[in-house]
Structures are given as structure tokens and as C-alpha cells.
Design a protein around this ligand. Structure first.
Ligand SMILES: N[C@@H](CCC(=O)N[C@@H](CS)C(=O)NCC(=O)O)C(=O)O
Length: 212
């Protein structure tokens, strides 16, 4: 099983978390998203050009982070179950996963891209809208975490894989230490070996990207 990914891609980080949590082996293929040539080459292989992309040993491609995690969880059913067996619980995990992707990750990416522009070219409307959305998600997640160790209850799931990478980037723009249970959650998940491993590997790439 081959994974095409980039350490600077939060959607790739999401999948790495699932793989590391479940201790699933794969052959890594780094795609350098900062190189136009490499992106063009990758688009010849996968026309949508998006990472992460999983390629099974039979050659079948599995794109999209949530679908990759579903596949991994079905194929390697060992703990932790990223998607619970109970249908109601599974739907809740998928909902939280969607919300983290669409209403946390996407606005955070907008903020990062906007912040890279020279100041006079930055669109304050884009920045304000993204910040508003991120603030809303902080409050939602903070409230939601009340009485829960992890997003979907007391087990680590795909919802946590989806939340952790954008929260890391989001907190460089807006601190969440005073938001409900969010800081406690962050402190808790940051101790997990899979999370530590993922950040240890990704950090040099992320720091270079953020100009640190
Ligand atoms: N919905 C996709 C989003 C993947 C995505 O947007 N990946 C970005 C990096 S985070 C990418 O590959 N960008 C390169 C491009 O669009 O050319 C998923 O969940 O996997």
C-alpha cells in the first residue's frame, strides 16, 4: 500500500494520524507541493492533483482523506476504531469529520494563503470571514467536548484525526486557551504517541513553510 502525501498538507496529516494510531505499515511517497514541476508530474498520475492519495497493492487508487481513513479502518480493524461499528455513532463521527474539514480546515487554509500575500494585497474581508468561521468552530468544539475526552466520546476516532491538524495551524492565528474544553483536549491529544510522531516528522516541513 502506497501513500502519496505531503507533510505540509493538513489533509495528509489527518491520514498519517489514522495510520500511526492503528500502526498500519505503508510505503511513503512524499509529494513536494512547493514545486510546480512536481505538482504537474503528480497530476499526470492523479489528475485532481490532491494529496493524500492511497494506492492499494492491486493498483486501485483511493483518494480523499476521509475515504482513505474509512478504507484503512475497514481493512485493518484493530484498535482504535476510527469509525465506530454503531451506525448512530458512526454518523456522528462522519459529521464531526465533515465539520472539521469544511468549517475549520478550509478557513484555516484561506488564512494561511492570505497571510502569505504582501500586506497591501491581503483581502481583509477574506481574513475576517475565515477568522469568524474558525471562532465559531472553536466555540462549537469547546462546547461539544464538555464531558468527552475525544470529539466523538471517550475513544479516539476519525473526527480527532480531522480536528488535530487544522487546530495546530489555527492556533498560530487565534489562541484557543480560553475556549471551553478545547485547550484541555489539545493538551490531551498532544500526548498521544501517534500525534507526537506525526508532528516530529512534519515539523521541519511546516516550519519551513511558515517561514520560521
Ligand atoms: N478533500 C480533500 C482535500 C485534499 C487537499 O486539498 N489537498 C491539498 C493539500 S492540503 C492539495 O493536495 N493541494 C494541491 C493542489 O490542489 O494542487 C481530502 O480530504 O483529501
Amino acid at each position: 500500500m502506497d501513500l502519496y502525501f505531503s507533510y505540509i498538507s493538513s489533509y495528509s496529516q489527518k491520514v498519517l494520524l489514522g495510520l500511526y494510531e492503528k500502526n498500519v505499515a505503508f510505503t511513503p511517497h512524499l509529494v513536494d507541493l512547493t514545486s510546480q514541476e512536481e505538482r504537474a508530474r503528480f497530476r499526470e498520475f492523479y489528475p485532481f492533483g490532491k494529496v493524500p492519495l492511497l494506492v492499494r497493492d492491486d493498483g486501485r487508487m483511493i483518494p480523499e482523506s476521509s475515504i482513505i481513513l474509512e478504507y484503512i479502518d475497514q481493512t485493518f480493524p484493530q484498535s482504535p476504531r476510527l469509525i465506530p461499528a454503531d451506525q448512530e455513532d458512526a454518523r456522528q463521527v462522519r459529521l464531526l469529520d465533515r465539520m472539521c474539514d469544511l468549517y475549520l480546515n478550509d478557513p484555516v487554509v484561506s488564512m494561511i494563503l492570505e497571510s502569505w500575500k504582501p500586506e497591501p494585497q491581503q483581502d481583509s474581508e477574506v481574513m475576517d470571514k475565515a477568522a469568524e468561521r474558525v471562532g465559531l468552530m472553536y466555540r462549537f468544539l469547546g462546547d461539544h467536548l464538555s464531558g468527552r475526552d475525544f470529539l466523538a466520546g471517550n475513544q479516539f476516532t476519525m473526527a480527532d484525526c480531522a480536528a488535530i491538524p487544522p487546530l495546530y495551524f489555527a492556533k498560530t492565528f487565534a489562541d484557543f486557551s480560553s475556549v471551553g474544553q478545547l485547550q484541555d483536549y489539545w493538551d490531551r491529544v498532544s500526548q498521544r504517541p501517534a500525534v507526537i510522531r506525526m508532528w516530529r516528522e512534519a515539523e521541519p516541513y511546516v516550519r519551513a513553510l511558515m517561514g520560521e
